[in-house]
Design a protein around this ligand. Structure first.
Ligand code: NAD
Length: 281
């Protein structure tokens, strides 16, 4: 899909961070209309204003991606109002940082519901529409955390993102036979509000700043991620890992797997020991 002019693009998680930057980047490429969805209506209005300033029409559809019925309704209104969805970009995401043993089942389900089932729900509702038309492109934003586990206390996120990578690969195998493009984006660190908004559990709040500093040391801007997304759609690339550090980690994990796990065990041990004094019991 080299020419994005007048393509109808639906972006979830469009109220902030990567989702907002992605909507703006598609609008810059001449996509029209931009269908913007999120649970945050105020953020959606702000994104819509940025997109409309570029001369692109918007359809604002607040929805919780973890709620299948809400997504079904949102997809149906999107098709009614825009007439079609050419490109679906699943960006909505969340995280909870906590030692595994403190996490409640509701917290596991919350993260998996948004980060994994959120993408499944929109695909379930819109992939048949793309099949009928024999064209389209689906982008799922996983993470480098879907290719390797980097640090302790983020288990529901790894569960969801490894699942998203597997789901997206399975989708790609089937969809490509029908002329539908599929892309899995695995960003490294990206400077977005997710590090401030995600709940922290079991630690003093000052740990948030330490983890944030660690994660953002090699981070890119959301606009960089957005450009990688648009570029991947234009070139029909399947797997895109952004940031040099994330690419290096993925390379080492694949090619030196015998060394990777002992190394990560040692690094994690230091991480766990270093945070021990901040544990709240
Ligand atoms: P962000 O917090 O800026 O944006 C996430 C958006 O998702 C927010 O607008 C939020 O309102 C929305 N959202 C949360 N729960 C939702 C729900 N139930 N239904 C609909 N929308 C919901 O964070 P971001 O960094 O832009 O994250 C976007 C995606 O990128 C996520 O999937 C995240 O896992 C992934 N990612 C982020 C990074 C990073 O370092 N920031 C790295 C790799 C992958």
């Amino acid at each position: 899909m080299q020419d994005l002019k007048e393509k109808a693009v639906l972006v979830t998680g469009a109220a902030s961070g990567i989702g907002r930057a992605t909507a703006v980047e598609f609008a810059r490429e001449g996509a029209d209309p931009l269908i913007l969805s999120d649970i945050n209506p105020k953020g959606l209005e702000e994104t819509a204003a940025l997109v409309e300033r570029l001369g692109c029409r918007t359809v604002i559809l607040p929805a919780d991606v973890s709620d299948y019925d809400a997504v079904k309704e949102m997809a149906s209104v999107a098709l009614d109002q825009a007439g079609r969805v050419d490109i679906l970009v699943n960006v909505a995401g969340t995280a909870i940082i906590s030692p595994l043993e403190l996490m409640t089942m509701e917290e596991w389900k919350k993260v998996v519901g948004v980060d994994l089932f959120g993408a499944l729900h929109t695909v379930h509702c819109l992939y048949p529409h793309m099949l009928e038309r024999g064209s389209g492109h689906i982008v799922n934003i996983a993470s480098v955390a879907g290719l390797l586990a980097l640090h302790p206390y983020n288990a529901p996120y790894y569960l969801s993102k490894f699942g998203t990578v597997g789901f997206t690969e399975a989708l790609m195998l089937e969809a490509s036979a029908h002329g539908i493009g599929v892309t899995c984006i695995c960003p490294g660190g990206v400077k977005t509000p997710i590090y401030d908004d995600s709940p922290f559990k079991g630690f003093d709040e000052e740990v948030r700043e330490k983890v944030k500093k660690l994660m953002l040391a090699s981070a890119e801007e959301p606009e960089d991620t957005a450009r990688a997304i648009v570029d991947a759609v234009k070139k029909n690339r399947y797997l895109v890992v952004t940031t040099p550090v994330a690419r290096a980690g993925y390379f080492i994990r694949r090619h030196f797997s015998l060394a990777w796990f002992p190394l990560m065990r040692a690094v994690s041990r230091r991480f766990v020991d270093g945070l021990e004094k901040y544990r709240v019991r």
